[in-house]
Design a protein around this ligand. Structure first.
Ligand SMILES: [Zn+2]
Length: 460
């Protein structure tokens, strides 16, 4: 088995090359050893390789003693729902999220849908799978049964206390993924719904949607304008991430959508805790604080933020990448479909368009995330180096994850990627010139750190 498939928050690789069905069976067996005993749920996305991988994983998990519920073809959040709502011991989802069709992998969770990070599960799984003494247990067979009625249960739960007269005209890009049932959800909310590319197709003939990348929702932006829809929604293949397009055809960054959905939650409970990662826009943080939110910063990364929300009293968490974790009338895991429900409910109850809601958040000039190739063995030293340099200049830095330095007219964050050999930068300024200044300072620091460590970083 190739050790590089075990990553910061999941398992991932090219099917048939890095990961195959035998690996999936072993991973299932190792998952069973880590969970111990009880019942888990297993789902899969639309990829052509997902069914064989899921079946092999379930066989391995059952061979090593777990009872397994086969949830079948479902969005990731519906799998999390089956775990949290069914009080199961854990779950696994076979998916490679927005990655191209050749890829596949798995995400794992424990009870309440608490996520496996490298430290809290994946590392242990790798150790077990790669150990020469690995074996399937004999004489400990669990059962595999198919889960019936999960979709209806999930939909009823999402809508159980939502006003069903929202009446918006909604266009959803499903991207041939697993989330076409969002149409049923929104219809039941009283919306007029049209779906783009609703049929599951693991070959992704229309490309894959990445809610963090505006260019992947170009067709949706055009269609929103052409059809004069009130709002556009794009879900990634497995439905844990979402992004929104306003009625003017403009894309909405993930942290801005998070602040809009947080508004009624904070109006109801001022002083509630809100989890944000260190890349969050200054304007979004100000907005959340104005609404009375108590901000708790988290390291960047799905498992860190998910567990910070699920395992605490926090009411909501959000990430730039489009993961929104709602822990108000809900379980706290990231669910793009439920975030859509709450976005529509928020706008409908306030009688606002999305662009009006966005206008309440101060406009800043911000960069998307920029990745700079940097060798694996040097990336953390580079960040430490940059932090030293800034401190020597007397600049206060937030070192929760990499460095974030705030200045009067803007800020930048530089951190080592958890999954790739690169540094990840984000910058923001009060206006375009301030953004440029932040960018040149951040790039300057990266180049200088590279020079000190004998590496010439080429900007990706
Ligand atoms: Zn996803």
């Amino acid at each position: 088995m190739d050790p590089k498939i075990f990553r910061a928050y999941d398992v991932r690789g090219i099917y048939g090359q890095d990961i195959d069905v035998l690996d999936a069976a072993k991973i299932g067996a190792a998952f069973a050893e880590i969970i111990g005993s009880g019942t888990v749920s297993v789902g899969r996305d639309v990829r052509l390789s997902s069914q064989p991988l899921a079946h092999a994983f379930m066989a391995g998990a059952a061979a090593n003693g777990l009872r397994v519920g086969d949830a079948g073809l479902v969005p990731t959040p519906m799998l999390y729902f089956s775990v949290a709502n069914g009080s199961l011991e854990g779950g696994a989802m076979v998916t490679a999220s927005h990655n191209p069709k050749e890829y596949n992998g798995m995400k794992f969770c424990r009870e309440k849908a608490l996520s496996f990070s490298y430290e809290s599960g994946i590392k242990e799984m790798a150790r077990r799978c790669l150990s020469p003494g690995f074996s399937f247990r004999s004489g400990a067979c669990g059962e595999i049964e198919s889960k019936k009625g999960l979709e209806d249960e999930y939909l009823d739960y999402l809508l159980r206390d939502v006003d069903q007269r929202c009446g918006m005209d909604v266009l959803v890009e499903v991207g041939n993924g697993c989330c076409a049932m969002v149409g049923r959800v929104l219809s039941r909310m009283g919306c007029k719904v049209s779906l783009m590319n609703p049929d599951p197709d693991g070959r992704f003939p229309n490309g894959t949607v990445n809610p963090a990348k505006e260019e992947t929702v170009k067709a949706l932006k055009e269609e929103v304008l052409r059809r004069k829809a009130d709002i556009g929604v794009a879900l990634d293949v497995d439905g844990d991430r979402v992004c929104f397009v306003d009625e003017k055809g403009l894309w909405t960054q993930g942290d801005v959508a998070f602040a809009i959905i947080a508004e009624p939650i904070l109006e109801k409970e001022r002083n509630a805790e809100v989890v944000a990662d260190v890349r969050t826009s200054r304007a979004v943080i100000e907005r959340l604080r104005d609404l009375g939110g108590r901000i708790r910063f988290s390291r960047v990364g799905h498992s860190y933020i998910a567990n910070a929300v699920i395992g605490s009293e926090a009411k909501i968490g959000g990430e730039l990448s489009g993961h929104i974790y709602i822990h108000d009338r809900y379980y706290g895991y990231d669910d793009g479909i439920y975030a859509t429900v709450r976005m529509i409910e928020t706008l409908a109850s306030k009688g606002e368009t999305l662009s009006e809601a966005k206008s309440k958040i101060r406009k800043m000039s911000s960069s998307p995330e920029v990745r700079v190739e940097f060798p694996e063995e040097l990336k953390f030293r580079a960040v430490a180096n940059i932090s030293e340099t800034l401190k020597k200049e007397g600049i206060e830095v937030n070192e929760l994850d990499g460095v974030r330095a705030d200045f009067e007219r803007g800020w930048f964050s530089i951190r080592a990627s958890n999954t790739e050999p690169c540094l990840v930068l984000r910058m923001e300024g009060e206006d375009e010139p301030s953004l440029q200044e932040m960018a040149s300072r951040a790039y300057g620091l990266v180049i200088e750190a590279g020079r000190k460590l004998g590496h010439d970083p080429s900007f990706l």
